[in-house]
Write a protein that binds this ligand. Structure first.
Ligand SMILES: *Cc1c(COP(=O)(O)O)cnc(C)c1O
Length: 382
């Protein structure tokens, strides 16, 4: 591919995934119309059992979205005012936002330069006497080293909450995202690897007491099956049956879709082997599901424009670390050099299960040419 023409490569193609489940969802929605059970009920129970079984936990509790999944998990653990929760500074803002919404204080941590994930060392550096939990984020679809984090957390006596919103189906030494910590929080926002046709979320855990607490909190603090007895100040964060049937239909395809994502990532890696550009490293023991295909490049904005001129849509996850965003700046205690450097270099390439071979090759060719023409030693000041 020497002569590069323009070919439209969207960042994500939801339509193809929707097409795969269209018939199954229409049938299930028609049944739902007849049942008139739009919130909770059999459809939600069924998806919760399927999702718990898939993740390898005994419980799954459907929620209205992923932010509530994290916030209510913290509240169910009685983490509140004055408590500190360690979060990586390079996540979607919701990770830290949920901590603030629960009344606690997010304490921002740096990450490993190769994987951009929390490590035992970066978590240990942020521990204080007020730390109650760490939220590990399986960023871009790759799981954190849960063995190392587990040892740190056990020694410190703090809970491990997994933000698995980008990691549906990812594994760490064979264990699925969400099942290794005390609780795993998922978003089913449409663009996630498992996405609803609207907002949805869930918490998975094998702690039955925690799950019961979450079921109460998501439903106005209702106590044990009673409609008018409210044991807690809860909220309304229930999962709609309308979304549960979509998730059930898509769950049947999740492994195949994740395999397709991994195959695309492998092609990207192979094509970039001879360049100075590479995808974020996959840690030994981790099997990622490539929610995003992220490279680190100097001259990121020039490379991004180069790809744009060739029809290739890209993203940046995330342009500003959370501790540098206006509402969170007052909580930042120190510079976080790895996160801050990465924010100016990360670039997310298109990746979605139905990407065509031509689209994949077009991206590979454009990245190779960008490396040759834009990332010369003179250009990057090496
Ligand atoms: C999407 C996402 C969330 C939030 O989920 P919502 O369903 O949008 O509330 C939380 N954390 C991470 C890492 C995410 O990517």
């Amino acid at each position: 591919m020497s002569e590069q023409q323009v070919m439209d490569v969207p960042f994500l193609d939801l339509a193809a995934m929707t097409g795969d489940v269209r018939a199954a969802v229409s049938d299930a929605w028609l049944d739902l119309l007849d049942s008139n059970r739009f919130i909770g009920g059999e459809a939600v129970d069924r998806f919760e059992s399927q999702w718990a079984a898939y993740c390898g936990t005994t419980q799954a509790v459907g929620m209205a979205n992923g932010t509530d999944a994290i916030q209510l998990t913290l509240r169910a653990m009685n983490i509140a005012e004055g408590d500190e929760v360690i979060v990586p500074a390079n996540s979607f803002v919701a990770t830290a936002e949920a901590v603030v919404l629960a009344g606690a204080i997010p304490h921002f941590a740096d990450v490993d330069p190769a994987t951009l994930l929390l490590t035992a060392d970066t978590v240990t550096a942020e521990l204080t006497s007020r730390t109650r939990a760490v939220i590990v984020v399986h960023l871009y679809g790759q799981m954190v080293d849960m063995d190392a984090i587990g040892r740190v957390a056990e020694r410190a006596g703090i809970a491990v909450i997994e933000d698995a919103a980008q990691a549906h189906g990812a594994t760490w030494r064979g264990r699925r995202a969400g099942s290794v910590g005390h609780a795993g929080c998922f978003s089913f926002y449409p663009g996630k690897n498992l996405g609803a046709f609207g907002d949805a979320g869930a918490v998975v855990t094998s702690d039955a007491t925690l799950a019961a607490q979450l079921r109460s909190l998501r439903d106005h603090g209702r106590a044990g099956g009673s409609h008018y007895d409210h044991a807690y100040v809860g909220t309304n964060s229930r999962l709609d049956a309308v979304q549960a049937v979509v998730l059930g239909a898509k769950l049947e395809r999740l492994d195949a879709w994740n395999m397709a994502r991994r195959a695309i990532a492998a092609q990207y890696r192979a094509a970039m082997a001879a360049t100075t550009i590479d995808l974020i490293a996959e840690a030994a023991g981790a099997r990622g599901v490539y929610h995003l295909a992220v490279v680190r490049v100097p001259q990121r904005d020039r490379v991004r424009q180069w790809l744009d001129e060739r029809g290739i849509a890209t993203g940046i996850h995330y342009p500003t670390p959370i501790h540098l965003l206006t509402p969170y700046q007052q909580l930042a205690r120190e510079p976080l050099p790895v996160v801050e450097q990465a924010a100016s270099e990360v670039l997310s390439l298109p990746i979605f299960p139905h990407m065509s071979q031509q689209q994949i090759e077009h991206v590979c060719g454009a990245v190779e040419m960008a490396d040759e023409l834009l990332l010369t030693p003179e250009a990057i000041g090496a």
